[in-house]
Design a protein around this ligand. Sequence first.
Ligand code: PLP
Length: 732
Amino acid sequence: MSQIETAPTEALQKTSHHEQWPQTIYDKCNALARNLWWTWHPEVINLFRDLDPIRWRQLDHNPIALLAEFTPERLEMRASELVLYSRINYAYRRLKEYMANTQTWGRTHAGVLGSKPVAYFSAEFGIHESVPIYSGGLGVLSGDHIKSASGLGIPLVAIGLFYDQGYFKQHLDLDGYQREEYLDTKVENVPMEPALAANGRQITVTIDTRTGQLLAKVWLMRVGRVNLYLLDCDVEGNSPEDRELTSRLYGGDHRTRIRQELVLGVGGVKALAALGITPGVYHLNEGHSVFATLEAIRERMHNDGQSFDTALREVAQHTVFTTHTPVPAGHDRFDGGLIEEHLGPLRDQLRISYEQLMGLGRVEPHNESESFCMTVLGLKLSRRANAVSCLHGHVSRKMWAHLWPWRVEEEIPIGHITNGVHVPSWLAWQMLQLYDRNFQVGWLVRMGEPDAWQNIHQVDPGELWEVHYALKNLLLAFVRRRVSRQCRRRGESDAVVEAARNLLDPNVLTIGFARRFATYKRADLIMADIDRMYRLLNDPDRPIQIIFAGKAHPADEPGKQLIKKIANCRHDDRCASRVVFIEDYDINVCRHMIQGVDVWMNNPRRPLEASGTSGQKVVLNGGLNLSVLDGWWAEAYDGTNGFAIGNGKSHISDQISDQRDGQALYDTLENEVIPLFYERDVDGLPRGWIQRMKNSIASLAWRFSAHRMVMDYSKSAYLTAAGGVSCDMSIR
Ligand SMILES: *Cc1c(COP(=O)(O)O)cnc(C)c1O
């Protein structure tokens, strides 16, 4: 058991007087299942799993669905058979203590936010595989952000959308081609409840457009101490078409998109008002939610009688905008017709003209050929804007320099706060125990600080290697299970299904590659020189094996062709036993992969990776990064804590870049990675490799933790935006 956020006992005694807490084992389990706090507490996860290990897996690790299969009596029986009683009571007491704890970093450092919390807006939240309201990296970042805000005790509420079909499930057909399947989420299995207004009724917000009203109801999901409010258009009163508006992530055309963004931004601000929450800061995570600023301006004009200009200035003062997109084409844009249809009534109340409104979303306000860009609106309506890595900061300042033509590039007001990951969510339980045995008491509370991790250097190399090897075997067991299931689903022969049960070898250098299959991420770079790849895979003494996973956006045909190319390696004798593709990449697949690989490979075309976070998850578990010097790795790599592909130069054409980086990838593998991995001492330990694992953990784990990230946001953005005092005034 680790020491995550220990609580003072007086706080506990105080709350126990006036709150009714459940008494039975059944009620306590349900209470645990209804706060997503459990998702980062391995002892609670193990407890749910032990109730029924097979169903736990079949139900996507969803405790609400699992508990629904138990009557209170059967649960009591099961708990007594397994002597789970004391574990349930203990877990439950820990949750109670956590919720009551006021001795947090946030109390000391962000007290000024007090009753005016940060309102964190994001189009997706990746909290756990059983809550399918995310598609990928942006969502997982938002999930990690609010988990760390909870852990640090920063006053923060989050706003998102409830998608009742989520993102698609991925299956490959016999040709290796991606098929998408959308499943309805059972709302009763989602840990959320109606968000209630003072009158006890579920809150519904109404948004006027030129073509009618749009309604959205509001749900409350508890993520530790953070309340996440989710808007959902599946309400009576909406047209059948609008009831499906929030069904899917990133589906549909521009009109669907702007309507979703209207609900998230404008609807989100209205929901906060209905809840009686007055935010001190609006943190808009990516452009999707930027319409929130316009509704916040309207509120001020209406409530305080301010002019548009005054209200705009004040809202901008309170707004923090984070941009994630390093390519101009990736930013949301809408034409004037869609803007007028959806923001016309709001514009009337803001008492501004169509031209004025359009001007807010244009680089050149009067240029009628420019469409309305959400990122431009975000940059104009926030006093603090940031990119998500140092390199991405440079790219963003260059990309948006023409918004401030009188400034030199270094003075473009876009800073950077590099992304990080929520350590307890991604750290393997076995690794957590190793750290608990070797690190100082309370290290997890201070996981965002360098000192907390330095004891890794004292850990016995054999012990570290043993834990890593155990995790690698768990990954291989997972791969075999999934691949044989994939084969069975495709209707392949028993021999093929059976062969999958023996795939891969735990003693072979294992490389993981999992990310969205977009062409710029170049999943096939390792195939650039196919004979050289065959040689690496089949080297008699020092072979490698590669595990791939990832979805292509349903509309991305080239991305799907890339998947096909990789997946069809299984028909090629020269790589069939050494290259596997795991279908349906999600948080669960990611967790298995990042906890068990030796090496995490990342080779995007520089500088197109804004940050990337999967490699940071690998660090925590002792894996090593092998990456192009892009995104977070450009500032993380120091020559001793992983491996670099190339020298960090960008090339003039994609073709040249692919050629050079392909060569560089092979060179690094052949000259550095493979020799270091296979060089063993008399005990069979790769000493040099283990040293690099330690260097990686000591130098990177704290820096690329979400705790460090959220503390940075707090110190350099939230406190100043809220009007408090801050230690440093600019994000940069
Ligand atoms: C962490 C994570 C990501 C983001 O990783 P990248 O490095 O940005 O590709 C994407 N998808 C899932 C499911 C994740 O867990």
